[in-house]
Ligand binder design. Structure first.
Ligand SMILES: [Zn+2]
Ligand SMILES: [Zn+2]
Length: 832
């Protein structure tokens, strides 16, 4: 509103983007009193439908009233300044167009729910808030609410009822601003940050004179004097008054031998103050200014190459073997970018984002680094969002959704482990791949992008070979470390010769025993969780299946149940076969649970620990398992692909791959690539630093070309042969894919709709190959029947935007057809 205040009475309309899956903006009228404050990019609360209150983002302001209906008023502006930047809007629009979804869906994925106040929000007291201690003024209504929140959290309508106010958003907004309450969505875990009791010197005692007289008073109270002395030794109150404001941890001050009651007396007399702060899960360590990145010669050469290639290419693939020390190079480049004044984003797959790497980076970058993790609460995510917006956080390390943060000046984007499938969001829309979005984000900011991996995706590898990306290879491990030695354990032969022990080969057992004897650690990888993937009647062959999905149930011994991994349905294991009443029901195959049990039996002196989805549901469990293993308290770690990702242990000398066959023979055009990546990544955990490593792979197909390439560390052969295969069959990177899934609770409706969709696409789009319609491998999930159509698009010559628009039209014709009620059609662009 730069025209000034003279134009107060202009009637303004705001076009709002709402987090709903409807492809349009909504027009609301701006109340006159907001004319001076309203801005593009701010959040506003509006009524949507009859009763619902939701938060949207203002995309446009103008003076044209909507046609045909009266616009509702904006209820409240939530921000003084925009929280969504222009660059972000451009990125949102790109995602909408490329991934065939709505802008509302993008907003929903992008904006942390803590920024989306609405009828679904819940309110709780801010964990660091104490009404007694607070010096803020509160209105009567605010006080009533705060008192009530001391017992329990409330939802929006609860607040409304309690206060007798129809729309309590302005009260909530004011309390959020005073840091008295926080908002969250119920589906998420309630925010329970760790708080720490801290102590500081009361402001009246911080001068030289005041301190002197204080010591005189305390001279007859040695215990209190000692506490004060220790505080002054730890915190330089006089030299650095700011540090007194942060104080020190109460626990640390009293440890090991000072008296708490003396401390309390000092607090009571107003000498010391006690207060609480929220402790970051990674500690609020300031940067260690003495930290120097020591690059080896190979690393220096690689760094130099990266900088040089960035002169001509905005993006490059950094192909460095496991253990080659990519992180040091990243640190070096991040430092440079930050010193040049730009922001940096470092993306990691979900599970690799552990304390290991974060703590390492914290040491270098201190509090200017923010961590954006999906396991964090809404409130923590909002803090990161605001930190990026107000410039206190220049460097973000985060999972895929951090591409949505409000950057305005990115200089460097790193996508580490770029091959990882968890960069792709599967459900719900937008089904984006953060690696690919990161490349677009880089373009929008004119930033440099590094895609890093020890096992690049074929897509990225191909782009690099074509010269579209730069390419840097680092094929030496850091320091003395050697590549691990690979041993193939022939399970086929072992079965014939009857040397097999359960599903263990003698080779694997012997190597484990030897490693344990040498006090070295072992990782055993099996990509199936649960006890056994199947239960089977030995007499009639009956197999228990999920009642909602077309899959067999996995037996989980620990939870005494057979569980569906697709929908969570569970049953207890029956005592007799429901089909023939036989009692000879047996579990078939090894999941991680059974593997853990058997290893503990075979190596009774070893401590065995399991790491999979089931043992890491709790927030801290994952870190605890890693921590115990790091400290050497665990001898054998059994796990799913979680153990393959980004972990760095010093004394692991052996990695066992329990069953390589299932990975290799999985019916998908990417299965070789996946298997190669998984095997190479998990092998990379063996023998880093000084210990030479060994990898034992159990397989019935020792002659399989893929395993032969793994055996000889022949990456070139792998990438060469795979690219040839993909070219021959017209799969990515030689084509683009769009997979369309049709879902319906009735099998024939699902089939008919899929057929109609297929026919319509086939008739009107001739530039692409349309395949299907066919059943996916799991043809029913959660009582919905599924059909797939696959579209193969040539890499050049087909205008993508046009094609996608056209597909969208066909999809909406079929999905809105009266013949098929409740039909869902889901396009997935670049499925993985
Ligand atoms: Zn039976
Ligand atoms: Zn199921």
């Amino acid at each position: 509103m730069d025209e000034g205040t003279g134009h107060h009475r202009i009637t303004l309309f705001a076009e709002l983007l709402l987090p709903v899956p409807i492809p349009r903006l909504y027009t609301y009228r701006v109340p006159f009193e907001m004319n001076d404050r309203v801005m593009k990019g701010q959040r506003a609360i509006v009524q949507f439908g009859d009763r619902k209150i939701i938060t949207g983002v203002i995309m446009n302001l103008h003076e044209q009233p909507p046609k045909g209906h009266e616009a509702k008023y904006l209820l409240e502006l939530l921000d003084e300044l925009p929280v969504v930047t222009d660059v972000q809007v451009k990125l949102y629009e790109w995602i909408r167009d490329y991934y065939m979804c709505t802008l509302g869906e993008v907003l929903n994925a992008g904006l942390p729910s803590g920024l989306k106040l609405g009828s679904e929000s819940r309110v709780q007291l801010h964990p660091a808030f104490d009404l007694e201690e607070s010096t803020q003024p509160f209105s009567d209504k605010e006080l009533i609410l705060l008192k009530n929140l001391e017992h329990d959290s409330l939802d929006y309508s609860g607040v409304s009822k309690l206060l007798g106010v129809r729309h309590p958003y302005s009260i909530l907004k004011s309390l959020v601003a005073k840091e008295a309450v926080i908002l969250y969505e119920e589906i998420r875990e309630k925010y329970k940050p760790r708080t720490e009791a801290r102590v500081r010197l009361a402001a009246t005692h911080t001068s030289h004179e005041a301190l002197e007289s204080l010591f005189e008073t305390l001279s007859s109270k040695p215990k209190q004097e000692e506490i004060l002395l220790r505080y002054l030794q730890s915190v330089s109150v006089l030299a650095d008054p700011e540090s007194n404001h942060h104080g020190m941890s109460k626990k640390l001050l009293l440890e090991p031998d000072l008296s708490e009651s003396s401390l309390n007396t000092l607090v009571k007399h107003g000498v010391l103050e006690l207060f609480h702060t929220i402790v970051s899960r990674f500690g609020d360590t300031p940067a260690d200014s003495g930290y120097v990145v020591q690059l080896s010669e190979a690393q220096q050469v690689a760094t130099h190459n990266i900088v040089e290639q960035f002169q001509t290419k905005p993006a490059l693939l950094f192909h460095g073997v496991t253990g080659s020390g990519k992180t040091e190079i990243y640190i070096h480049l991040i430092k440079q970018a930050l010193e040049g004044g730009s922001q940096v984003l470092y993306l990691l797959p979900e599970i690799a984002l552990t304390t290991q790497i974060v703590q390492r980076l914290k040491k270098v970058f201190g509090i200017s680094m923010g961590v954006y993790h999906s396991r964090f609460s809404d409130n923590e995510r909002v803090e990161i969002w605001r930190g990026v917006l107000n410039g206190t956080l220049k460097f973000i390390i985060g999972v895929r959704s951090s591409i949505f943060l409000p950057f305005d000046n990115l200089g460097l984007v790193i996508v580490d482990e770029e091959h990882d499938a968890s960069y792709k969001q599967q459900e719900p829309a937008p089904r984006y791949n953060a690696r690919d979005v990161a490349l677009v984000l880089g373009q929008l900011h004119f930033a440099k992008v590094i895609l890093g991996s020890a096992t690049p995706s074929l897509e990225s590898f191909f782009q690099a070979k074509q010269g579209k990306y730069g390419y840097i290879a680092l094929s030496q491990r850091y320091g003395e470390a050697q590549m691990p030695q690979i041993v193939l354990a022939d399970m086929h032969e072992a079965r014939i010769k009857k040397t097999i022990n359960g599903e263990f080969s003698q080779v694997l057992l012997r190597h484990i025993a030897e490693a344990l004897d040498r006090k070295e650690q072992v990782i055993v990888f099996q990509n199936r969780r649960g006890y056994s993937p199947m239960v089977n009647c030995e007499d009639c062959g009956w197999v228990p299946k999920c009642i909602n999905c077309a899959v067999s149930l996995t037996y989980h011994q620990y939870r005494h149940a057979m569980i569906c991994h697709y929908c969570g349905y569970r049953e207890t294991l029956p005592e007799k076969c429901p089909s023939c009443s036989s009692t000879r029901l047996k579990t078939v195959g090894y999941g991680t649970e059974k593997l853990e049990e058997e290893l503990a039996l075979k190596f009774p002196d070893a401590i065995v620990q399991r790491m999979d989805l089931d043992t890491t549901r709790n927030k801290t469990a994952y870190e605890l398992i890693i921590d115990r293993f790091e400290k050497g308290e665990t001898n054998i770690l059994v796990g799913t692909q979680m153990v393959t990702k980004g972990l760095d242990f010093d004394s692991v000398s052996l990695v066992g791959i329990f069953n390589a066959d299932r990975m290799i023979h999985f019916p998908d055009f990417r299965s070789y690539e996946r298997a190669f990546q998984l095997i190479t990544q998990v092998s990379g955990r063996a023998g880093r630093r000084s210990t030479p490593g060994k990898v034992v792979i159990q397989t019935s197909s020792v002659e399989h070309p893929l395993l032969q390439m793994v055996l000889h560390h022949d990456e070139a052969a792998f990438y060469g042969s795979q690219l040839e295969d993909r070219r021959a069959h017209g799969y990515p990177p030689f084509s683009r894919l769009i997979e369309i899934t049709i879902k319906h609770s009735d099998k024939s409706v699902c089939r008919n709709a899929a057929q109609e969709l297929f026919d319509r696409i086939k008739q009107s789009v001739t530039t692409v190959r349309v395949m299907g319609p066919g059943e996916p491998m799991i043809a029913r999930v959660r009582n919905q029947y599924l059909m797939n159509i696959l579209i193969k698009i040539p890499r050049s010559g087909v205008p993508l935007d046009e094609l996608k628009n056209h597909l969208q039209q066909i999809i909406s014709i079929v999905s809105q057809s009266k013949t098929y009620k409740n039909l869902r059609i889901i396009p997935d662009v670049d499925p993985v």
